[in-house]
Design a protein around this ligand. Structure first.
Ligand SMILES: Cc1ncc(COP(=O)(O)O)c(C=O)c1O
Length: 432
């Protein structure tokens, strides 16, 4: 069964009505019609092992019965009531997230996306500090709104230089490229801190630093552990807030930690934390956590009509309970550790592989032209295509050259599935 005409027809209709800047994977894009566990099926009936989870969003599993049941039952009772009335499931999820966040006296505001969560964090920080200056990391991604693209240090995802903010980009999010790449971890951190101090010497009162602990769209790159704690030592005495964007790194994906910021915990928790993607397992749940003093600084009313809606909150609660009861963070650490070793082994002598990196179930394979550091986006696209043909979905990312393969399956991945995916990836890498 080829299914070609069906997918080709839908692709033509897609192109005729959807903006050009919403790009699709694959030469012949696929339509995913259903999923179960860590597998999905396309409209032709072909099965794939899903190592990307719809961009790190299917966090526990596809068609998880607990989430489906919670959504169905809530939809049968009431779908919407608004923020004008008490919402039990919103309060309950807020209590659980506030407790898990590590932020003292925390308040939680629910949004419908990661973009809106970061936009809210920037609104809070700029209002609290009465400044529109923001520090962001080079190679970062924080979403698609006017404010989010203006703190996104990846030009492939930042379509305008007009901005409500004055953004200053800081070194440190990419360990193995740039002027400090040759330094030891400790010297790398020292150099980034010295650069930050120098930068602050030339600015006014900066509102906040926003950073992804592991850069997602940037190709799963990260600084040495402790960099953001060292930054904090510089920022906190000046009153500059630390916003951690946990949209990809939250809920235990990195294995060792529940939040990415915990790899930088020496100087305490962040001031503001944003989350989205995995918590709703595909339902649109995002949010911001901040201590009361920061969250309550706004001098006008604010709501999100759909943020915290009953059906999405029911999904979030069921999904979070499943995650915690089945220790999926521990699973990400164990199975992710095995998968990382396996990926290192199968790529060890591959001339195109520049680096295998990441932690937990957030693993990146960066490709470069043989014998050089030059990014190879064509090779990355070819491996993605070959993996799909072999029955494996993975992602791409990294700078504006998009030469890193991204592996981020649901956190319930089994050892057998990790082996299966690694074997398909090995064949894909060797086929190009
Ligand atoms: C780190 C990070 N922040 C924010 C966003 C934006 O989230 P959303 O697409 O839900 O608006 C993304 C999306 O990929 C992300 O990876």
């Amino acid at each position: 069964m080829t299914g070609e005409p069906h997918a080709a027809g839908l692709h033509a209709r897609h192109k005729a009505v959807i903006p050009d800047w919403v790009s699709l994977y694959y030469r012949d894009p696929i339509e995913i019609t259903h999923g179960e566990g860590r597998y999905v099926w396309d409209a032709t009936g072909k099965r794939y092992l899903d190592f990307f989870g719809g961009i790190l969003t299917t966090m526990t599993a596809h068609a998880l019965p607990e989430v489906t049941k919670a959504v169905t039952e809530q939809a049968g009772r009431i779908i919407h009531s608004s923020t004008l009335y008490l919402n039990r499931s919103m309060v309950e999820l807020a209590e659980r997230v506030a407790h898990l966040s590590g932020i003292p006296d925390a308040r939680v505001f629910f949004t419908t996306s990661g973009t809106e969560a970061n936009d809210t964090a920037l609104l809070l920080a700029t209002a609290h500090r009465r400044s529109n200056q923001i520090l962001a990391m080079r190679n970062s991604y924080h979403g698609r709104s006017f404010s989010a693209v203006s703190v996104t240090g990846n030009r492939a995802w930042s379509p305008t230089t007009f901005s409500p903010l004055q953004t200053l980009y800081v070194h440190g999010g990419v360990r193995s490229r740039g002027p400090y790449a040759h330094l030891s971890d400790a010297r790398f951190i020292e150099a980034c801190v010295a650069d930050l101090e120098d930068l602050l010497g030339h600015t006014g009162d900066v509102a906040a630093l926003i950073a992804e602990p592991v850069q997602g769209v940037g190709g799963f790159t990260s600084p040495p552990d402790g960099l953001y704690a060292a930054f904090r030592e510089v920022l906190a005495p000046r009153g500059i807030l630390w916003i951690t964007d946990e949209v990809q790194t939250g809920w235990g994906r990195t294995g060792e930690h529940f939040w990415g910021w915990q790899a930088h915990a020496a100087s305490g928790p962040p001031d503001i934390l944003t989350f989205a993607k995995g918590i709703g397992n595909g339902m649109s749940v995002g949010g911001v956590v901040a201590r009361a003093e920061v969250m309550n600084c706004l001098g006008a009313n604010s709501i999100s009509t759909f943020g915290g809606s009953p059906v999405t909150m029911a999904a979030g609660l069921a999904n979070l309970s499943y995650l915690l009861e089945h220790d999926l963070q521990g699973n990400a650490r164990r199975v992710g550790g095995l998968l990382l070793e396996r990926l290192r082994a199968i790529t060890a002598s591959h001339p195109l592989v520049r680096e295998v990196r990441g932690r937990g179930l957030m693993l990146g394979i960066e490709l470069a032209r043989p014998g050089s550091d030059e990014a190879d986006p064509q090779a990355a696209a070819a491996v993605l295509e070959a993996a799909r043909e072999g029955g494996l979905l993975i992602g791409k990312g990294g700078g504006h050259d998009t030469s890193a393969l991204r592996v981020a399956p649901p956190l319930s991945l089994t050892v057998a599935e990790a082996e299966e995916g690694a074997a398909i990836l090995e064949r894909a890498l060797h086929s190009i």
